[in-house]
Ligand binder design. Structure first.
Ligand code: P5A
Length: 444
């Protein structure tokens, strides 16, 4: 892709309305455009990153046996009246009337709708467990939308739902998602820590928020630092192994604000290991048993002929919020350098040819390199404009491709100046460059 033909509306300076670095960068580099308070359009650069995050989330859901569906954004109020949440959800729910005067709503979450789908078809324990998920827009009429897409009104969420025959089986499902979340965030190059959390309007009594550390985060957290060293590698998707994994994490005190107890914190955590800080909630999982299945009559036949309500959990990841969370974690605001993890980068590499008015050889070289990269599925963006070198580098640093090639005076035969952003430049040929990038891509 040539920059001259791309739709990447870069601003010269940081927009003054943005208070945190993710919001600044996303506006600066034209990833999003606000259409009204807390509602955004996603422009090519932002959309590319979000789609890559979505795909990683999807792959990790599929790996634990969850099946993808797609539910609508607009729901009928009837099912919410059945569950008893229609009133409880309050002003955060966007309520709409259709032309027949029926009460509809823009879904803030889908526990009711998925329970309705389940109860219509599944009648026997033999069909359990079922893990269903979708990736769909949600709407919450937040009183104070802020920080761009971090806390907005319309946002993109992966939400999964589990249906099981007993509490024990349901906890097995819960633990599958627990593992899947650790793996998902790791592929996004984030350290997300599971923390015991409040369940709020979703309900139930077991819940973990997955939080990444960030000064600008809205969640206050209290943890034992040693939790950051734990790994999920080697965990199999079987009951005992998953139970052990969760236990391993739960051994270390790690809670959000609402669950914080000063005495417990001081008793359980040595002073040197105590960490009080802020973070961004990128995922949240819940176990709530029959909170929805009972009032909505979602039951199955049990082996002995009796019936029981299915035991359910729900599991959310803020897919659009993750775009901002990765920026908060990776953007070097002072030097204005973004380096996206290769797994979600909008482009793998940026090519900067130094173009003179009467000499097109650098651009020709860039095109040649690009066609080799394309053959190897490496996605490049070429700055074909005639701006000066330093403004080209500045622009490329904001776009955030993790690698750069510079074709200029230093270019010498087959060797070009190549660098991983933040590292020293090296002179490499195209074969060496391709091999370096491919190695990184495979790791992810
Ligand atoms: C779990 C899945 C739920 O809604 N029901 C279905 C459960 N959980 S949650 O914690 O309320 O939301 C899941 C994740 O969505 C992101 N998120 C938001 N992102 C941007 N703007 C918002 N206003 C917003 N609200 C929630 C968070 O990442 C959260 O963990």
């Amino acid at each position: 892709m040539y920059i001259s033909q791309s739709f990447i509306p870069i601003l010269k300076n940081n927009p003054s309305e943005a208070k945190i670095k993710s919001h600044q960068l996303m506006l600066r580099v034209g990833m999003i455009k606000q259409s009204s308070a807390g509602i955004y359009s996603w422009l090519p650069l932002g959309f590319k990153v979000m789609k890559k995050i979505e795909q990683i989330v999807r792959e990790e859901q599929n790996k634990i046996g969850a099946q993808e569906i797609l539910m609508p954004t607009i729901q009928s109020s009837e099912i919410w009246k059945e569950s008893g949440r229609y009133q409880d959800y309050g002003e955060e729910m966007l309520r709409i009337k259709d032309r027949q005067d029926r009460e509809m709503l823009y879904g803030p979450t889908n526990e009711e709708l998925v329970t309705d789908i389940f109860r219509a078809s599944v009648k026997s324990y033999k069909s359990l467990p079922q893990l269903l998920y979708h990736i769909q827009w949600k709407f919450r009429d937040e009183i104070r939308p802020r920080f761009g897409i971090m806390r907005c009104r319309e946002f993109y969420m992966k939400d999964a739902y589990s249906f099981d025959i007993s509490d024990e089986e349901a906890l097995f499902s819960y633990n599958k998602f627990f593992l899947s979340y650790l793996k998902t965030f790791k592929r996004l190059d984030l350290t997300a820590i599971p923390m015991a959390a409040d369940t709020g309007p979703i309900g139930g009594n077991l819940s973990h928020e997955f939080i990444i550390l960030a000064e600008t985060g809205e969640s206050k957290i209290y943890t034992d630092k040693r939790i950051f060293d734990l790994k999920s590698e080697g965990t199999n998707i079987e009951k005992k192994s998953l139970e052990d994994l969760r236990k391993k994490f739960e051994e270390f005190y790690s809670v959000t604000d609402e669950k914080f107890n000063k005495d417990e914190f001081e008793k359980k955590v040595l002073e040197t290991n105590r960490l009080k800080t802020k973070g961004i909630e990128v995922g949240h999982i819940f176990y709530f048993g029959d909170k929805y299945s009972k009032p909505m009559g979602a039951s199955v036949d049990l082996p002995g002929g009796k019936k029981d309500f299915v035991k359910m959990g729900s599991y959310g990841i803020g897919v659009s919020r993750l775009v901002g969370a990765i920026i908060e974690a990776k953007y070097d605001e002072k030097n204005e350098i973004m380096k996206w993890p290769i797994s979600v980068a909008p482009y793998d590499i940026g090519i900067i040819p130094m173009i003179n008015k009467n000499d097109s050889s650098a651009l020709e070289k860039a095109n040649k390199i690009n066609s080799e990269l394309e053959k190897n599925n490496i996605d490049a963006i070429i700055d074909d404009t005639d701006e000066n070198f330093s403004s080209k580098v500045k622009k490329m640093n904001l776009i955030g491709a993790p690698y750069q090639i510079i074709i200029g005076k230093q270019t010498d035969g087959d060797l070009v100046e190549f660098k991983e952003v933040g590292e020293e430049a090296q002179k490499l040929n195209i074969i060496e460059i391709i091999s370096k990038i491919k190695k990184q891509k495979v790791k992810n």
